[in-house]
Design a protein around this ligand. Structure first.
Ligand code: AMP
Length: 305
């Protein structure tokens, strides 16, 4: 099955302790799509301004990502400027310029409306809701968000939670949204608002998946050097959703596998700026990294040695 994503298609300017890049390809939808395209077909909905260097999207098109839902409007493209200091777990947003996103009304192309797997990547929750109204009978709807929207669109975000099956967010965002310092309580708070599954990402400390009945934890891959953490969350989500759509299996065991595929994809993207690494890797690389994860967490539970 294919996966439908709506999110930002951006130009990012990023500063890390290892370098600086200006106006590179970014945005939640691009990272998600680049990552998910290793598993399945991806349909993308978003908007760019008249200034967007569309040729930057060619490598994504070459991977088969369907951009029929990408609108180009008169005006400036969405731009995000961020910085990471030595704590690579959290980005400091220096500037967010919504540009054409501030008057965008997403229109889902007819051929995308029967999507079964839908990811509402990080954008204005009002737009996420608007997309959801246009898809007919999805099997799994997941969303992401960030501090910017938790602060400025809280009521819309709470409305959105009533309509999604799953949410991904990082630990800081979970605490901010729920006002619970404890992540187990934060996950319960979110599940009470609608989503049956809550994925809380903790950067280099891994990710938790909470459902009513169980908690699963995946470590982050212990990389020796992290170059640019931008897009780790969206690439995680792309791997996770891409795997679920490819296998069309929503059992708990497969959700766990999806978390590991997501963790593998997050670990690749941070090895380079923008989506560079996601464009280089193959399914074999992903499989090898998943096998590494398996070795990383396997142990013999017998204590009677
Ligand atoms: P992450 O996976 O969380 O590191 O997401 C990084 C991407 O999110 C960047 O490429 C940004 O362009 C994008 N982004 C940053 N702020 C926003 C926002 N307020 N709305 C939508 N996308 C954003």
């Amino acid at each position: 099955m294919s996966v439908l994503v709506v999110g930002s298609v951006a130009l990012d300017s990023v500063e890390t302790p290892f370098g600086k890049a200006d106006d590179v390809l970014g945005g939640s939808a691009n990272y998600f799509a680049a990552s998910a395209s290793h598993q399945t077909n991806v349909q993308l909905v978003g908007v760019i301004g008249s200034d967007y260097p569309v040729e930057k999207l060619d490598p994504l098109k070459a991977r088969g990502i369907d951009f029929a839902g990408l609108e180009q409007m008169e005006g400036e493209s969405f731009r995000w400027r961020g910085r990471y200091r030595h704590d690579l777990n959290s980005a400091e947003t220096l500037e967010t310029r919504l540009g054409v996103f501030s008057h965008f009304k997403p229109k889902i192309p007819a051929q995308f409306t029967d999507a079964k797997y839908v990811f509402l990547a990080n954008i204005d929750p009002r737009l996420q809701l608007e997309v959801l109204r246009q898809v007919k009978a999805p099997k799994l709807v997941a969303c992401d968000t960030m501090n910017f929207w938790i602060e400025s669109r809280r009521a819309d975000l709470l409305e959105l939670l009533k309509h999604v099956d799953l949410i991904t967010l990082n630990d800081g965002e979970a605490r901010q949204l729920t006002e619970c310092a404890n992540l187990v309580q934060a996950a319960r708070w979110i599940m009470d608002k609608g989503p049956k599954t809550v994925l809380i990402k903790k950067g280099e400390h891994g990710a938790f998946m909470f459902t009513r009945d169980e908690i699963f934890f995946a470590p982050a891959y212990p990389l020796e050097s992290v170059f640019d953490p931008t897009g780790a969350g969206d690439s995680f989500a792309g791997g996770f959703m891409g795997w679920l759509a490819r296998t069309n299996d929503l059992t708990n065991a497969n959700l766990r596998r999806a978390v590991i595929v997501g963790s593998a994809m997050g670990s690749f993207v941070v090895e380079g700026f923008s989506i560079t690494r996601l464009m280089e890797i193959s399914r074999d690389d992903i499989e090898r990294r998943v096998a590494d994860f398996h070795r990383l967490v396997s142990f013999d539970k017998a204590l009677n040695a």
